[in-house]
Design a protein around this ligand. Sequence first.
Ligand SMILES: NC(=O)c1ccc[n+]([C@@H]2O[C@H](COP(=O)([O-])OP(=O)(O)OC[C@H]3O[C@@H](n4cnc5c(N)ncnc54)[C@H](OP(=O)(O)O)[C@@H]3O)[C@@H](O)[C@H]2O)c1
Length: 281
Amino acid sequence: MVAKNLQDTTTLHNGVKMPWFGIGVFKVEDGPELVHAVKTAIKHGYRSVDTAAIYGNEVGVGQGIREGIKEAGISREDLFVTSKVWNTDLGYESTIAAYETSLKKLGLEYLDLYLIHWPVEGKYKDAWRALETLYKEGRVRAIGVSNFQIHHLEDLMKDAEIKPMVNQVEYHPRLTQKELQAFCREHGIQLEAWSPLMQGQLLDNEVLQEIANKYNKSVAQVILRWDLQNGVVTIPKTTKEHRIVENASVFDFELTEEDMKRIDGLNQNHRVGPDPDNFDF
Ligand SMILES: NC(=O)c1ccc[n+]([C@@H]2O[C@H](COP(=O)([O-])OP(=O)(O)OC[C@H]3O[C@@H](n4cnc5c(N)ncnc54)[C@H](OP(=O)(O)O)[C@@H]3O)[C@@H](O)[C@H]2O)c1
């Protein structure tokens, strides 16, 4: 079922509800602009925030959350907060310690979702055991992975006690990830899109522009709507209030089957980020 509004949720395989739509804060420096962006998103109805230890901005995200929920008159439980363990911290003890550090920086008692950021060979299984421990102890509401290909998921699940609830990957009309999505669906793993707007590089695409004109929407809105109609959680990044509002105004139109296929047809298996099968960090 397609999300009906900004606060609508998908139910993860453990029953936890995760908003279909959120705000990402990659490359946003810790400071007033970041705090303002998080607060503004909450003010406009966003209920999900995606950060990571490596972004170096968990302190500001935490401040934005505290101020944002106070101003909006909501509570921490109304929000869904995600962070990720960085590659250098992958290991059993070190991942648990990294979780504590993220919580401290964010000023939160728990996270809604904690992800292994990248599938570093030889390391992600120990990190996964740590995430399972945190989950079983009730310290985090859901656990998952990021940038995992099918073979990484198969390898992880061979030894895992708990299946990942989410896989957050690069996903946009130039990288439609059909096989990975089918695999995730089959295993009850929710797919989540990072760089849904291809970091802004798709906004002048002619096909998307033509479709956008037809619905009287922006290209960004068409792409984000395509995510939702494909059953993919999406977390576009912007610090600008008018774009925070624009990006979330995607619940008042529906792309036809034909337009969905035209957008799918833009796929070139093209990445703007690193290749999960060939990275050196
Ligand atoms: N797990 C991972 O490995 C991973 C990797 C990358 C990203 N992520 C997550 O995914 C989130 C989103 O990805 P992303 O930040 O790489 O890229 P993105 O959301 O695809 O694109 C962000 C860029 O698009 C611009 N933009 C946003 N809305 C717009 C609009 N309506 N019209 C025109 N331009 C617009 C933003 O500029 P302004 O800010 O100037 O508006 C920014 O330059 C990240 O913030 C992060 O939370 C995760």
